[in-house]
Design a protein around this ligand. Structure first.
Ligand SMILES: [Zn+2]
Length: 485
């Protein structure tokens, strides 16, 4: 292939360092030096030298120097390209075809130090280039396969996957850092006892406990660290699980408790658990018609708006549901209810409740297991109907039975896990201090622990609304609380 017209004088030298480690010592300097030698022996003038550092032509990442050289070819600023080997120019067919198109348009020559000249203007030259790229691609694929199978081998052998350090373990993934393992256990224990991921994250941050990367915790971080199978020495690879070689952080019993607690989220009944924005949403009822009151925007005497609990006349479908005649401002109501709860809990009832909680955890576990079993039964029933083992009537009866048992269990779980909230008031803190430090889910759980319903009664005609706490026109006498305990 040396029958190239020797007239072109302006050439571009292109060098690229690549990620693949073939041990050929293809340093950019060596590539460039060899290309300069070739240019000199051809009697060519080097008009352009372009180098892409650490960019593999195979990855498809942009190669700025390569793009500049292509522009120079397009603009007829150079007549030939010199590279160490064709795989410096491209490793993907797509790139080669683009290059060939350009060569056909411009007549640019391609010389390599390793494999001589390629005249891509001829069918033979193009065929040789394509063959060489096919081999280069094959080699990359092979090395990919080697990497993948090495990863699988490592997983099967129960070795860590590498990458970022897992919290609770040293960088090698094999040795427990006890000070962090303690935190992992604490997090799981607290979640199993009914605290939210968010509450736990907030607490860790307030104690200045950092994540593996030294950052602050968020609910998702805490959850990820708690639920990863690594904690019971299981290595996960492509959804398959393998026994790992590193020591576990928690026992299998604790792991099982955690799985059940994770299901509790789905088990807790009623809409109350879903709102985290408003302390009393779902608890407040209209004293005139008995309807549940919703959060509305109410206009005040001075013309401004503030959130309030309001009785709705119609629901979102337009059906008549309530009297629509009651409104009460949200902030003073919440303030008043919080005071009532503090007062209520500063009482013998709290002691009784806390005693109950002592024996609560095993009972909660049993309830969660029952719930899980019942949920499975419900799925089985559906399956039997789907496969024709049950008639529609039998299915309906079985479903109603299983569902009502499931609902009952859900309510019991709800009540019990709420009680543990109160038990988690840190030693040395009063209920008021715990309340002031707590986040909204915790406060709502506490409300749910002690209050069944709150009734808001209509104003008494002629009676002047008193000033509550010197701040609000609000009459505490019109609030009736149905206590659970
Ligand atoms: Zn009403």
């Amino acid at each position: 292939m040396k029958n190239i017209d020797p007239t072109p004088t302006r050439c571009a030298i292109y060098a690229r360092i690549s990620d693949d480690k073939r041990g050929e010592g293809l340093g950019v300097e060596r590539q460039k030096d060899s290309c300069h030698v070739l240019a000199a022996s051809n009697g060519w003038e080097v008009a352009l030298v372009e180098v892409d550092n650490s960019i593999s032509a195979y990855s498809g990442k942009p190669r700025p120097a390569y793009m500049r050289m292509m522009d120079a070819i397009r603009n007829h600023e150079i007549d030939a390209v010199i590279v160490w080997n064709l795989d410096r120019l491209y490793r993907r067919m797509k790139d080669l075809e683009e290059y060939i198109d350009l060569v056909e348009d411009t007549g640019v020559l391609t010389h390599t130090v390793m494999a001589g000249a390629f005249d891509l203007n001829t069918a033979m030259g193009r065929a040789m280039a394509r063959t060489s790229i096919a081999f280069a691609t094959l080699e990359v694929d092979n090395s990919k396969d080697r990497v993948l199978s090495a990863k699988l081998q490592a997983a099967k052998a129960g070795k860590p996957s590498g990458g970022n350090r897992g919290y609770g373990y040293e960088q090698n993934g094999m040795v427990i850092i006890e000070s962090e393992a303690v935190i992992v256990r604490e997090v799981i224990d607290r979640f199993v006892r009914g605290e939210s991921w968010q509450t736990i994250a907030t607490d860790l941050n307030s104690r200045a406990v950092p994540t593996a990367k030294g950052n602050k915790w968020c609910a998702a971080n805490v959850r990820n660290v708690a639920i990863r199978p690594r904690n019971i020495a299981i290595r996960v690879h492509n959804n398959d699980e393998y026994p790992a070689q590193w020591p576990p952080v928690i026992s299998l019993d604790t792991w099982e408790d955690l799985q059940l607690a994770l299901k509790r989220g789905q088990a807790i009944n009623g809409k109350r658990s879903y709102s985290n924005k408003h302390l009393l949403k779902g608890f407040v009822h209209c004293g005139r018609c008995g309807c549940r009151m919703h959060i509305v925007n109410a206009q005040q005497r001075d013309g401004s708006y503030s959130p309030a609990f309001g009785c709705r006349k119609r629901d979102y479908r337009g059906d008549e549901v309530g009297c629509g005649r009651m409104k009460r401002r949200k902030v003073p109501l919440e303030d008043f209810i919080a005071d009532c709860i503090m007062y209520r809990l500063d009482s013998p009832e709290l002691g009784v409740m806390l005693e109950d909680v002592e024996s609560n955890t095993p009972a909660l576990k049993k309830l969660l297991r029952d719930h899980e079993m019942q949920a499975r039964r419900l799925r089985d029933v559906l399956e039997c109907y789907a496969t024709g083992e049950l008639t529609l009537d039998e299915y309906k009866t079985a479903k109603v039975h299983a569902q009502s048992r499931l609902d009952t269990l859900g309510r019991e779980i709800d009540a019990r896990s709420a009680k543990t909230t109160v038990a988690k008031i840190p030693a040395g803190q009063s209920v008021r201090e715990a309340w002031d430090n707590a986040d909204m889910p915790w406060r709502r759980q506490l409300v749910d622990t002690v209050i069944e319903k709150i009734h808001v009664d209509p104003r008494v005609p002629g009676k002047k609304t008193p000033l509550y706490k010197k701040k609000w026109q609000f009459d505490p006498d019109l609030i009736r609380i149905e206590w659970k305990v």
